[in-house]
Design a protein around this ligand. Structure first.
Ligand SMILES: O=C(O)CCC(=O)C(=O)O
Ligand SMILES: [Fe+2]
Length: 123
């Protein structure tokens, strides 16, 4: 499901991937201009990144602040021209990759945390 990771973690989210590859898909945000054709997930789709096993992905700037991202639930990925980082992965255009179990470790810096005093049992 396309989503933003939100301002709390701004400006960077970092992901280590283990196990399977996956495709991370990027979408334009929903705009609410009058007279525009209704927006669907399909027509907001922009591009994908092939996220390789044992890779480190750093998401920041425009990709973080402006675009939405998500991972489709499917078992196989056909690599098309919309997968924009193929040349740095060694995987060829037109190949189909079968997914298996993937573990992603996401590292987020949270500069602002809320401090709450625990009042349990106090009067
Ligand atoms: O598994 C991933 O690489 C990203 C998952 C994600 O979008 C998130 O944790 O917000
Ligand atoms: Fe996310």
């Amino acid at each position: 499901m396309p989503h933003e990771d939100g301002p709390v973690y701004h400006p960077t989210v970092t992901t280590i991937s283990l196990g399977s590859h996956t495709l991370l898909d990027f979408y334009k945000p929903v705009s609410c201009r009058e007279g525009e054709t209704p927006q669907t997930e399909d027509n907001r789709y922009l591009l994908s990144l092939l996220v390789m096993p044992r890779s480190l992905l750093i998401l920041q700037d425009e990709m973080y602040q402006h675009l939405l991202h998500g991972i489709h639930g499917r078992t196989q990925d056909l690599l098309t021209e919309q997968v924009v980082n193929l040349s740095s992965t060694g995987v060829l255009l037109g190949e189909t990759l079968t997914r298996s179990t993937r573990v992603s470790l996401t590292i987020r810096h949270v500069p602002k945390v809320m401090k709450m005093k625990l009042m349990l049992g106090r009067k």
